[in-house]
Design a binder for this molecule. Sequence first.
Ligand SMILES: Nc1nc2c(c(=O)[nH]1)N[C@H]1C(S)=C(S)[C@@H](COP(=O)(O)O)O[C@H]1N2
Ligand SMILES: [Mo]
Length: 329
Amino acid sequence: MTRWLIRINNMLIKKPGDIRPSEITSKANYLNRREFIRAGGIAGGVALAGPALSAVVPAERRATLDGVSKSRFSTREKMNSYEDITTYNNYWEFGSGKFDPGRNSGDFEPRPWQITVDGHAEKTGTFDFDDFIKPYDLEERIYRLRCVEAWSMVIPWVGISLAEIIRHHQPTSKAKFVAFRALHDPERMPGQRRRQLDWPYREGLTMAEASNPLSILAVGLYGEVLPNPNGAPIRLVVPWKYGFKNIKGIVRISFVEKQPRCSWQMAQPNEYGFYANVNPEVDHPRWSQASERRIGAGAFAPRIPTQMFNGYGEHVAHLYKGIDLRKYY
Ligand SMILES: Nc1nc2c(c(=O)[nH]1)N[C@H]1C(S)=C(S)[C@@H](COP(=O)(O)O)O[C@H]1N2
Ligand SMILES: [Mo]
């Protein structure tokens, strides 16, 4: 039933052709309609429990996100604290130290924000963040994040299925990869005043990887708006790959034919590949990938054995059947 209502809702929002969604419905109308639908107006008096009909993410920091459903893909492991998750980060746009993003991103305003969708797809264009996310459901996905530097965390993301976003934009058969780019704005991102990476930060996935049910674009965590150090307002989360694939502050999504070049691969091609699947059997040239340190577990906590595909093999191993993961690292 929920699916069916989403369909209707999509139709209401996205009339075909010339009229922009923002012209059809003002924000206030839109919110009213959402409340109306939620209260069971369209469903003929049947109250709607569970998933929201559309994603709404306020600009205010730490604002609570409404209508977030739970995902069956969530791990039951102990979650890291909000403190750990927002103060120990990699986000080189705000500095290359682990505590830099938490310290240097406080003044960053992730609004106004626009996302450009281009390349081999039917529905391309530049969308305001609110319009971009509006057609989808918000889901909580508690995922392990395993960094290539051999630390890990368990994070309760709030996200949108990337497969649904892709379907919405109708890629053509020429689209073989999805390339992502982050914001390039040295005025607002102090780390970009140094040439440590070839800005903007960029990442990519194969179409099959991007369309896997585990892949999400996160817009929140701990039930709240995504904090700046974690990539506000929107970032990628692909839990079976090393942390660096999970690009933050996304402003461009491109459907491309050729494998895109990615930031870490460009910086150190012998250390970082395009695939970057978590793999305890293939070491990084400078350190072992066999185990990991769980952030927040304490200095004397035993290291955790790293799992193939970060423990998500049942959902993703089929994507790499017959592929030499030593070669395609
Ligand atoms: N734009 C951008 N995205 C980025 C990075 C970055 O430097 N810039 N660092 C990556 C790395 S190396 C990791 S481990 C994860 C960390 O995500 P978290 O801080 O939310 O745990 O973000 C990834 N996304
Ligand atoms: Mo990382």
